[in-house]
Design a binder for this molecule. Structure first.
Ligand code: ZN
Ligand code: ZN
Length: 589
């Protein structure tokens, strides 16, 4: 119960700090209107400070701006963040309606977080992959949001600062890590193609008052700046990073704890989550062993189970994974399953689903393939009317052997859990609710921990409500799936805070989380390149699940699961403790 106290105190600081100023004697409507005006002003200023982020969010006013990351630029940037925070604090959060209160909390966290990134985290000193201009140029060049000539105009102006940009990068990078240097080399080299494409496109285009020779010169200078940067990384920085005394990829306890606080924003400390994950792993192992013992003979008749319980579970999982759909019916079986989920949710009264917004399943577009097998494609913050899709990659480009391995992973049981997570009532349903109170602030600064936590929460909730008829095979596979996010949180913390080495990490993933070698190798790499993000799934699940259990205990037979879900989602993609605070305020008002 100590946990609750820490959540409350963190939140009351957040709300109190905003109560000092004076829109107290306004009505809620007046206060909301005034705050909406502030939001418009804030976003305008915010995008000015983050032109590349603006471009990638579909806000194209600053496409022609490439900021040069110098020391002077950074200190001006920090001053702007502080003054934006001051403007925010001239509004009282108490005077606002809940929808704007969450916006307020999101803006506050974002500004404090960016300030911390700039002053404390300082990845500009050690992460060479944080310098990469190709993505924004590609976005401007390849997306058809305006006539090509206008986009080329932005590119022409934007190109001018590229050499200065990489010069500043070299000055900033005083102590890079080897693994981020390797990534910087790979990604900057990988982005060069875009300039060749731009060069080709200007040959036949009427450039108006742009000078074609000057344009070509700027393209060549940009390419040269990138090539110089890459060879500097290879020949100097990487050698230095790999030598003794080179900077470690581990960010250490202090930075990990702080990054966790800003990025995750869950009311838990990183240590609390780590300890919970360790306990959860042991609990899951016990449950899996119990299930495996009960159904061993059914699947392995006549075979003596191995003495080691983890090996026994692994062998049984391998056997049950054989139940899967065929290669060419992967997409059709996903399509067939969605109405089943809808039917179950209605029958059990779990949450209201808007019948006017059915989900469209489509083959993943070619330019998006290669990352995830299935994903939700949501419209960006500035393209509200665009469709939402459930993208599923067909398996026809895989060899039979690759497809078999993939289908064993997404077997009959896991495929259903995946549909719950990605679609209904997971990500897609959450998105439909979030869009009912359309807010640019929430779609730009939405809390990833809440979003992933909700999707993971619905997996367990559906199974608890009897989806899959409580088949032991379904639960066994769920636990394997769930172990992935539990172990993500464990290795994230262990690697960055406790010095976990590769062998220990691989052993955990292969033998205690029952993963395939390829997945584990990939995870060890991702866990060194990123920090905290891998903890978000388990943290979000824990925050939502414990909140719900608390409500159940408090309300006893008055607790209504459907009402809880609908109320929880009505606040949009806000941090769980903020939603919790707002639900409690609503109850007591
Ligand atoms: Zn098979
Ligand atoms: Zn997800």
């Amino acid at each position: 119960m100590l946990k609750n106290i820490s959540i409350y105190s963190a939140i009351s600081i957040l709300f109190l700090s905003a109560c000092l100023s004076g829109n107290k004697n306004k009505t809620v409507d007046e206060a909301d209107t005034a705050f909406q005006e502030f939001e418009d002003f804030f976003l305008e200023e915010f995008w000015k400070l983050h032109p590349s982020w603006a471009t990638s969010s579909g806000f194209h006013k600053y496409d022609s701006v490439l900021l040069v990351p110098t020391e002077a630029e950074r200190s001006a940037y920090q001053k702007s963040l502080t003054s934006l925070l001051d403007s925010l604090y001239s509004y009282s959060i108490d005077a606002l309606s809940p929808a704007f209160q969450t916006d307020f909390a999101l803006i506050e966290n974002e500004l404090q977080s960016l300030n911390w990134y700039s002053k404390e985290f300082k990845s500009y000193e050690w992460n060479p992959s944080s310098y990469n201009i190709a993505r924004s140029f590609a976005r401007i060049f390849e997306e058809d949001y305006a006539p090509l000539k206008d986009r080329l105009k932005s590119i022409f102006i934007r190109l001018e600062n590229v050499p200065a940009y990489y010069d500043a990068a070299k000055i900033n990078l005083t102590q890079a890590t080897a693994i981020h240097t390797e990534l910087g080399i790979q990604q900057n080299r990988g982005g060069l193609y875009i300039f060749e494409n731009i060069r080709e496109s200007i040959q036949n285009e009427d450039l108006g008052n742009m000078d074609k020779n000057e344009f070509e010169k700027r393209i060549s200078n940009a390419e040269k700046a990138i090539e110089d940067y890459v060879s500097w990384l290879e020949n100097e920085l990487l050698v230095k990073a790999k030598s003794e005394g080179g900077r470690s990829f581990r960010i250490g306890k202090k930075q990990f704890d702080e990054k966790f606080k800003y990025d995750i924003n869950s009311g838990y400390t990183s240590e609390e989550i780590y300890n919970k994950a360790i306990i959860e792993k042991e609990k899951i192992h016990k449950k899996m062993f119990g299930i495996a013992s009960a159904i061993w003979n059914k699947h392995m008749p006549g075979q003596t189970p191995p003495g080691d319980s983890l090996i026994m579970v692994k062998e049984l999982i391998n056997k049950i994974a054989e139940v899967h759909v065929e290669k060419d019916s992967f997409i059709t079986s996903i399509k067939k399953q969605l109405p089943e989920l809808v039917r179950f949710i209605k029958e059990k009264q779990l949450i209201y689903l808007d019948p006017a917004k059915p989900l469209e399943v489509r083959e993943t577009p070619l330019y998006m393939r290669g990352v995830a097998g299935a994903s939700i494609s949501a419209p960006g913050p500035y393209e509200k009317d665009a469709n939402t899709y459930y993208n599923v990659s067909p398996l026809d480009e895989m060899t039979d052997q690759q497809a078999e391995s993939y289908l064993r992973e997404y077997n009959h049981y896991i495929l259903q859990i995946l549909n719950i997570h990605e679609a209904i009532p997971g990500h897609y349903t959450q998105l439909v609710y979030a869009n009912q109170a359309p807010s640019l602030i929430k779609s730009i600064f939405g809390n990833g921990t809440m979003i992933e936590g909700w999707a993971c929460y619905t997996e367990r909730m559906m199974l608890e409500e009897g989806y899959g008829n409580n088949e032991p095979e379904m639960w066994l596979m769920y636990y394997k799936w769930n172990l992935r996010i539990v172990c993500n949180a464990i290795i994230d913390h262990s690697i960055h805070v406790l010095g976990m080495e590769e062998a220990e990490c691989m052993n955990l993933l292969l033998n205690e989380a029952f993963q395939e070698e390829a997945e584990a190798v990939q995870k060890w790499k991702r866990a060194r390149l990123t920090q905290v993000q891998l903890s978000s799934y388990f943290t979000g699940l824990t925050a939502i699940y414990e909140f719900r259990e608390g409500e159940k205990a408090r309300l006893r037979d008055q607790f209504d699961l459907k009402a809880f879900h609908e109320s929880f989602l009505s606040y949009g993609s806000a941090p769980v403790p903020v939603i919790r605070e707002l639900m409690e305020r609503k109850r007591s008002s």
